[in-house]
Write a protein that binds this ligand. Sequence first.
Ligand code: PEP
Length: 256
Amino acid sequence: MNRRYRKTIIAGNWKMNMTATEARGLFDELKPMISKAKWCEVVLCVPFVDIPLMRRLLKDSRVTVGAQNMHHEPSGAYTGEVSAAMLKDLGVKYVILGHSERRAYCGETDSLVNKKVLLALQTGLRPIVCVGESLEQREKNLTLDYVALQVKSALAGVPVEKLRQIVFAYEPIWAIGTGRTATAEQAAEVNTAIRTIIRKMYGARAARSITIQYGGSMNAKNAEELLAQFDVDGGLIGGAALKASEFAAIIQAANQ
Ligand code: PEP
């Protein structure tokens, strides 16, 4: 973390978990634990149908609500989809884009992710752009090349004045939901490489102010070491965000 130049952001990704009833229960548990989040921003990226409820419940807190996806077109005949404008209208601040599960199960490509990034920025939403390599790519020593491609592609057409709205999340696919976390050194290496790419594209000032998270089996035990890395500015947290005490412990690690 480097609090001088950029925000530390702890974001929970509930994925397809939590009915509205369950969400209320988790909120009741979390509420007394998260009020002390001073130094970091906390975001809950919840299923679309939980957004109105969570916005209401979190109205007087410092915790903001995010979504997990949006469509790449502004509106139109796309049955079952949700637009950026709809999210904005509900008071959503962040939207996860290009999560590896969407890339794998919904065929999302780098160019589609780029379209979504541009539309999110235009609509006033802050994209949390996920990038990360497969185990095979890591074993073939392709991690940095692959992540560089994803980052450059996501940023195509993004002007420097909008760059600060973007958050990157380095999420090695082999670490997501597996309990196998990247070491602090591995996370730091890739996060630093991402910042270097951004420096080359946009200059040093822009690069130092962008938040780059780590995600992939982050939990109460490993959060402190991961967040101690200079270029790891927070976490995108799946499984551990569904347990109040685990999530609160990660926030606490970010608050130190
Ligand atoms: C994620 O879904 O973005 C994630 C990091 O999941 P988990 O923390 O469960 O690995």
